[in-house]
Design a protein around this ligand. Structure first.
Ligand SMILES: Cc1cc2nc3c(=O)[nH]c(=O)nc-3n(C[C@H](O)[C@H](O)[C@H](O)COP(=O)(O)OP(=O)(O)OC[C@H]3O[C@@H](n4cnc5c(N)ncnc54)[C@H](O)[C@@H]3O)c2cc1C
Length: 597
């Protein structure tokens, strides 16, 4: 086996261990890749239970009151700091322990309710929402999910009140997108009472203000010469903890403290291990699933702000004796922001409901949510920036800050390119395995193999001829539902064709993967939008009211999303991929581009 094959084997083994341990119910996104519409997970549109809705409304009222008076996003940006008074206030409202169980002082909110809280903060200040995410969505998440009762009793009460703060430390110089390549070492002590940690972490939000950090480090696998990642709970008062840079100067979300630290022979008691030994990557990825859901919520909030700002300016600024809103090219931007904001909220709500309903398999959907909402928000901000013209460029308006703040979203918690490839590859795994079954049997027939291959063949064939039913209640949505069903079949056909055409090399064909992932993301987004419109229409009908006015934007979203899906799938056979690769290769091999002197 050559070095490249060995590396590929190692990656596949790691991914298998992380993603496919144990049987799981078919999730919605994986269903799409198999040509199914797993309607139970997405229809009817999820609602927060009435009892919790009352509590949520009360919390949101209190939160808005606090944020309106005490939160000054421009000042946070200027000072590059979130004042302690704001952190204390967020703690008082309960934001810093929203989903923690009540027995530890938390609010016991569902992920759906928590997303509404984060949306409210994301509307106003990205520094503050990223700070809350770093503390609550990921910083203390490993404790909440994997902590023992003793660990939770010891650590959680102060963390959920905000008296203490949390951080999540995975990234290192060698472990950025390649998160599995953690180099920080954790050596067990001779008496087995503790681990000795050595290494450096960088780009860690809250590192310098946290009292508890979930740190990923490499531990030996007993009985072998291998190592595996384990999650540790580290506190900055442990001897050997050295803050190398407390606040790395940066482009946006300046209020957050992004730091770099080293651990030099830091003794961490074995009681501070979070989750099973050697399963730290699984811990990390599960934690990030929660983070990606609240990412979606924060982007939704920011997109709604974009819409408000765009409408306000388009209705008041006059040029050529008209308001800007009278020009079609401005209208187009406003309609697109409204459509995207509606979809982002729907997608966030549905994805959060998967977590609340205990679906085990939602990794694909959280990745889709993260990529989709962060890309859409970037477009929204770009559009509203353009509508404001020159005035957007000056610092008395919030737009330049919003632009700077939003740029991290496409990079943090998994760069969008990495997640896009992940969505395509994990999604295609199901149909890919069925094709492998068929192929292996053709090469080496056996009685058992033939019956398995027959079943796999039947599955693949029926998925390509059957249009899945998309069950909507509202008559006027039937045409959209049928169109969505047809697109799912078309998608499945395209996935099958790509698998048959490219076989194993598809693992490295990211341009093909991107189109498949983009189509899957739009199919998921359209489903969430359709489900939401259906539910709101039915609700209005039952209560004798009119459907909400943003249904026009929602309808536009479906039309544009369906058009995009057709475009992505058409691009699989009609594209310039060879020219793209050739042009890039020529640049990469000729060294750095020379500038004219
Ligand atoms: C402000 C800020 C806050 C952060 N907070 C935290 C935190 O709290 N905790 C934490 O652990 N980390 C944190 N991070 C780290 C963040 O998660 C990483 O920056 C991110 O995962 C990308 O890693 P990298 O920066 O090393 O980029 P690299 O891995 O060097 O990637 C650079 C670029 O290369 C491309 N790329 C990489 N791999 C692939 C691939 N397989 N296919 C295609 N393209 C690829 C992508 O475009 C990517 O953006 C933070 C980062 C920032 C900037």
């Amino acid at each position: 086996m050559n070095k490249l094959d060995a590396q590929r084997q190692k990656e596949i083994q790691q991914a298998e261990e992380l993603l496919f341990a144990g049987p799981q119910a078919l999730g919605f996104a994986k269903g799409l890749f198999q040509g199914h519409f797993v309607s139970d997970w997405v229809m009817p549109y999820p609602r927060i239970p009435e009892a919790q809705q009352g509590e949520l409304d009360q919390t949101l009222t209190e939160l808005r009151k606090f944020l309106n008076v005490d939160l000054n996003p421009a000042e946070i940006d200027r000072q590059a700091d979130i004042p302690r008074s704001v952190i204390d206030g967020l703690g008082r409202v309960g934001v810093l322990g929203m989903t923690a169980p009540k027995e530890y002082g938390g609010h016991g909110f569902s992920q759906m309710a928590n997303c509404k809280v984060l949306e409210e903060i994301g509307r106003r200040c990205a520094s503050t929402s990223v700070f809350v995410n770093a503390h609550h969505s990921i910083g203390i998440r490993a404790l909440l999910l994997f902590g023992t009762h003793e660990q939770n009793r010891k650590w959680l009460p102060k963390l959920v009140s905000g008296e203490q703060l949390g951080a999540f430390a995975l990234t290192e110089r060698e472990a950025g997108s390649d998160a599995a390549n953690v180099q920080m070492q954790a050596r067990p002590s001779e008496d087995g009472s503790h681990f000795i940690l050595n290494g450096e972490k960088r780009y860690i939000t809250n590192a310098a203000i946290a009292h508890e950090l979930t740190v990923m480090a490499r531990t030996p696998v007993p009985g072998s010469d291998k190592t595996a990642v384990t999650a540790f709970l580290v506190t900055p008062d442990m001897p050997g903890f050295e803050m190398l840079e407390a606040r790395m100067p940066k482009t946006g979300i300046k209020g957050t403290a992004t730091g770099r630290f080293a651990l030099r022979d830091v003794k961490v008691p074995k009681e501070n291990i979070l989750g099973p030994m050697g399963k730290g990557l699984k811990v990390a990825l599960t934690v990030l699933d929660f983070g990606r859901t609240t990412f979606g919520a924060c982007c939704t909030g920011a997109a709604k702000t974009c819409l408000e700002l765009a409408v306000a300016h388009a209705n008041t600024r006059r040029q050529f004796n008209k308001t800007l809103g009278e020009f079609e090219l401005v209208k187009k931007k406003i309609a697109r922001i409204a459509a995207d904001a509606y979809a982002m909220e729907a997608m966030t709500t549905v994805t959060a409901s998967f977590i609340d309903r205990g679906l085990e398999d939602y990794m694909l959907e959280t990745a889709m949510l993260k990529v989709f909402t962060t890309e859409r928000l970037w477009e929204c901000i770009n559009d509203v920036f353009q509508i404001y013209g020159g005035s957007a460029y000056f610092t008395d308006l919030p737009l330049e800050r919003m632009l700077r703040d939003a740029r991290i979203n496409q990079i943090g918690e998994g760069a969008n390119e990495v997640l896009t490839s992940f969505i395509a590859l994990v999604g295609m795994r199901g149909p890919g395995m069925e094709f492998k079954e068929i192929y292996d049997t053709m090469m080496k027939p056996s009685r058992d193999g033939v019956s398995k291959a027959w079943a796999a063949g039947k599955n693949r064939l029926s998925a390509t001829v059957r249009v899945p039913e998309v069950p909507v209640q509202s008559e006027q949505l039937r045409a959209h539902a049928r169109q969505l069903g047809r697109l799912i079949r078309h998608f499945n056909f395209a996935v099958n064709r790509a698998l048959i055409t490219y076989r194993e090399p598809i693992l490295d064909m990211q341009l093909v993967q991107e189109r498949i992932a983009n189509a899957a993301m739009d199919l998921f987004a359209s489903t969430c939008v359709l489900s939401r419109i259906d539910s709101e229409t039915q609700f209005a009908r039952r209560n004798g009211g009119l459907p909400p006015p943003d249904h026009l934007a929602a309808d536009l979203f479906l039309r544009q999303s369906f058009r995009r899906i057709r475009g992505f799938l058409a691009g699989l056979t009609n594209n310039d991929d060879k020219a793209v690769i050739a042009a890039a290769k020529s640049c990469l091999t000729s060294g750095t581009a020379k500038t004219t002197s």
